[in-house]
Design a protein around this ligand. Structure first.
Ligand SMILES: Nc1ncnc2c1ncn2[C@@H]1O[C@H](COP(=O)(O)OP(=O)(O)O)[C@@H](O)[C@H]1O
Ligand SMILES: O=c1ccn([C@@H]2O[C@H](COP(=O)(O)OP(=O)(O)O)[C@@H](O)[C@H]2O)c(=O)[nH]1
Length: 245
């Protein structure tokens, strides 16, 4: 039996989307250092087998743009705050990865000289080729978008083999599994099925982007230890969304 080191990974380059809540641990809010360390370990395993890793990090553990809209906060101001929340998560994640000796770059869609690098597509590709993990923060840099859309956009831009959405549920179901205990999970779906059935696991903009660029998307459980490595080594996790075969 070949060891993990000897097996070549199924993907050369991935774009992994981590929601803000993924960093929050049991508290559901803020940043849990233990969770950061666990994520670093899993990402280190991918780098160890030669996978090039791009990360998009969300901000929902700190702030969502729509949160104070009902109290009168301007949505654009709220979204700017939400994007800054993703930068804070990115800084925490870079710190944790670097402490685990994983070479990491943090690139922001919003320029923030002296704090993070500004996102540049060619530089990002160069860093990824050099085996560095690249974290993309500040979403798309524009209000009214989500970090899911940013993940699909960056995945397409860096020509990833797959976009992986790590989330709270273990795949896409025929109904929201957190509300309907009888919901049934799909192993595979086409982009059009997700759109036609209005399956709410990702926003429409994100799904349309991956559909238009034929980018495979996999939704899987971020709390399942080893799921990422298993996926890289050919295992089946979560739900795969791709074009009709
Ligand atoms: N058809 C569905 N299949 C799976 N999850 C769904 C579905 N409809 C709604 N959801 C909900 O989508 C959530 C994941 O989306 P989202 O909140 O955007 O995640 P994240 O915060 O991880 O980006 C799940 O927690 C689940 O409750
Ligand atoms: O391109 C983007 C990405 C994110 N956001 C803002 O940043 C917040 C945090 O992102 P998201 O909700 O996608 O984070 P997640 O749910 O993944 O933690 C959003 O609510 C938006 O307010 C934005 O305005 N434009």
């Amino acid at each position: 039996m070949p060891t993990n080191k000897e097996r070549s990974p199924r993907y050369n380059r991935i774009l992994l989307k981590l929601s803000g809540e993924a960093l929050a641990g049991d508290e559901g809010f803020g940043i849990d250092p233990k969770v950061l360390d666990a994520i670093s370990l899993e990402i280190g395993q991918l780098v160890g087998i030669g996978v090039q890793v791009g990360l998009v990090v969300g901000g929902g553990n700190l702030f969502r743009g729509a949160a104070l809209q009902s109290a009168g906060l301007d949505r654009v101001a709220g979204d700017h705050m939400g994007m800054l929340a993703t930068v804070m998560n990115g800084l925490a994640l870079r710190d944790a990865l670097e402490r685990s000796n994983i070479r990491t770059r943090l690139m922001s869609a919003i320029p923030m000289s002296g704090v993070v690098e500004h996102y540049d597509h060619r530089n990002a590709n160069r860093h990824l080729k050099n085996g560095e993990v690249v974290i993309f923060c500040a979403g798309t840099g524009n209000p009214f978008f989500t970090t899911d859309s940013a993940a699909c956009l960056r995945g397409i831009e860096i020509n990833a083999d797959v976009v992986l959405k790590a989330t709270k549920v273990d795949g896409v179901y025929n109904d929201d599994p957190e509300k309907n205990p009888d919901a049934v999970k799909y192993d595979t779906l086409t982009y059009d099925e997700v759109l036609d059935k209005k399956l709410g696991v990702m926003d429409l903009t994100a799904i349309c982007l991956v559909r238009d660029h034929n980018m495979p998307l996999r939704v899987f459980d971020m709390n399942k230890k080893g799921a990422l490595l298993n996926l890289m080594l050919g295992g089946n996790e979560g739900t795969l969304v791709e074009a009709a075969q």
